[in-house]
Ligand binder design. Structure first.
Ligand SMILES: Cc1cc2nc3c(=O)[nH]c(=O)nc-3n(C[C@H](O)[C@H](O)[C@H](O)COP(=O)(O)O)c2cc1C
Length: 329
C-alpha cells in the first residue's frame, strides 16, 4: 500500500508503533521496522542520552529499515536533558522523530536542519493545527480511546479523525483504538494516511516485556481501562488493577485537593516493575480500550501481514461488493 505516510518515512506499510515507556526498546522497534512498519524507540526510557545513543546503534544492528525515536515532553519541574537527547538522535542518523506532550517548537529547528521528519502526537484539532503551523511534517491524531495520555477533551476518533481531515493540510495517521485491518481501512476512510498502534504491539512475540503484561492485555476487555490523574489535568488511560482502584479512591476522597505526592506510590517508577518483572499490581500502566480487540500474541510480521491482507479484502471484496451491488450481507 502506498500513502503519503509510506512515502514520507520510506516504509512498506502505513503502520507505526508509537513510543511506549519501557516497551519501545531496540528489539520492539526493529521487529516492527523489519515487518515493514515504522518502529519507534522511546527516548526517555533510556536513562541517559549516552544510553539512547547505544540503543539507537543496537537497533541499527538489528534492522536496515527506517526506524524512529520518540521524544516525549513531560510536565515536570526537572526536565530531562532534551538538547543532549536531540543530539543523540541526530548523531545516530535517525531520520524520523515522534514528538509528544508539549509542542516541539524548541527542538524542531535542530531536527529539521538534520533532515529529520517529525510526526507530532496530538489529541485535538487545535494542537494538530499548531503542529502544522510550526513546521511538523505529519501528525499522529490520538483519540480518546488511546492508551496513555488522551488529553482533556475526550473526543473519540470517529469524530476527531474526520475533523482533522477537514482542517489539516499535512498528512496524519490515526492513533488510539487501532488493532486490525478494519481499523486501517476505517482510518483511511476518515482521511488518515496510516495508523499508529501502541497497546496492540505490546501483545506481540518480540515485545521485550514480561509475559504477564501480554497475557493481561489478551485477558482484558474494552471495559477494563480507567482514566487516572484527571484532577491533575494529566489524564492517563490505564489498565485497571488493585493499585489503580486505590488511586481512584484517593482521587475521590481528596477531590480538588489532590496533589501528585498523594498518588506517587501508584504512579512513580512503576514501569520497570510491571514491564520487566511482570508485577501486574505494582501500579498504573498505560493501556488502551483496544485491549478488547486483542486476542492473541503474534509476531510483528504476522500481525502486520494480517492487517494488510484483511485491509485488502475489506477494500477490494467487502466494500467493492457493496458498491457493485454484488454483496448483500
Ligand atoms: C504502555 C504504554 C506506554 C506508553 N508510553 C508513551 C510514551 O512514553 N510517550 C508517548 O508519546 N506515548 C506513549 N504511549 C502512547 C502510544 O505511543 C500510543 O499513542 C497509544 O498507545 C495509542 O493508543 P492504543 O494503545 O489504543 O494503540 C504509551 C502507550 C502505552 C500503551
Amino acid at each position: 500500500m502506498k500513502t503519503a505516510i509510506t512515502e514520507m518515512f520510506g516504509i512498506e506499510h502505513p503502520i507505526i508503533q508509537g513510543g511506549m515507556h519501557y516497551v519501545g526498546f531496540a528489539e520492539m522497534a526493529a521487529a516492527v521496522s523489519n515487518a515493514g512498519g515504522l518502529g519507534i524507540i522511546t527516548g526517555l526510557t533510556q536513562k541517559t542520552p549516552a544510553d539512547l545513543a547505544n540503543e539507537i546503534a543496537k537497533c541499527r544492528d538489528m534492522t536496515d529499515k527506517p526506524f524512529g525515536v520518540n521524544i516525549t515532553f513531560l510536565p515536570t519541574l526537572n526536565p530531562p536533558d532534551y538538547p543532549a537527547i536531540v543530539k543523540a538522535v541526530i548523531d545516530g542518523g535517525v531520520k524520523v522523530v515522534e514528538t509528544a506532550g508539549r509542542n516541539p517548537s524548541e527542538v524542531l529547528p535542530y531536527l529539521k536542519d538534520a533532515g529529520i521528519k517529525v510526526i507530532h502526537k496530538c489529541t485535538s484539532v487545535r494542537h494538530s493545527l499548531k503542529a502544522q503551523d510550526i513546521g511538523c511534517d505529519a501528525v499522529s491524531v490520538d483519540g480518546f480511546e488511546c492508551g496513555g495520555h488522551p488529553g482533556e477533551d475526550d473526543i473519540p476518533n470517529m469524530i476527531l479523525l474526520p475533523r482533522a481531515a477537514d482542517e489539516l493540510d499535512i498528512p496524519f495517521v490515526s492513533s488510539g483504538g487501532q488493532a486490525d485491518g478494519r481499523s486501517l481501512v476505517a482510518s483511511l476512510a476518515m482521511g488518515a494516511q496510516g495508523m499508529n498502534m501502541g497497546t496492540r504491539f505490546i501483545a506481540t512475540k518480540e515485545a521485550p516485556v514480561h509475559e504477564n503484561v501480554k497475557q493481561a492485555i489478551v485477558a482484558a476487555s474494552e471495559l477494563d481501562t480507567r482514566l487516572v490523574m484527571r484532577p491533575l489535568r494529566n489524564t492517563e488511560r490505564v489498565l485497571t488493577n488493585g493499585a489503580v482502584e486505590r488511586l481512584l479512591e484517593k482521587e475521590k476522597a481528596l477531590g480538588a485537593d489532590l496533589k501528585f505526592e498523594d498518588i506517587i506510590d501508584e504512579v512513580a517508577g512503576v514501569y520497570p516493575r510491571i514491564m520487566m518483572e511482570g508485577d501486574m499490581d505494582a501500579g498504573a500502566w498505560s493501556c488502551g480500550m483496544v485491549a478488547g480487540l486483542i486476542y492473541d500474541i503474534p509476531t510483528c510480521k504476522e500481525l502486520i501481514d494480517r492487517i494488510m491482507t484483511e485491509a485488502d479484502q475489506i477494500i477490494n471484496e467487502r466494500l467493492a461488493g457493496f458498491v457493485k451491488g454484488t454483496v448483500s450481507a
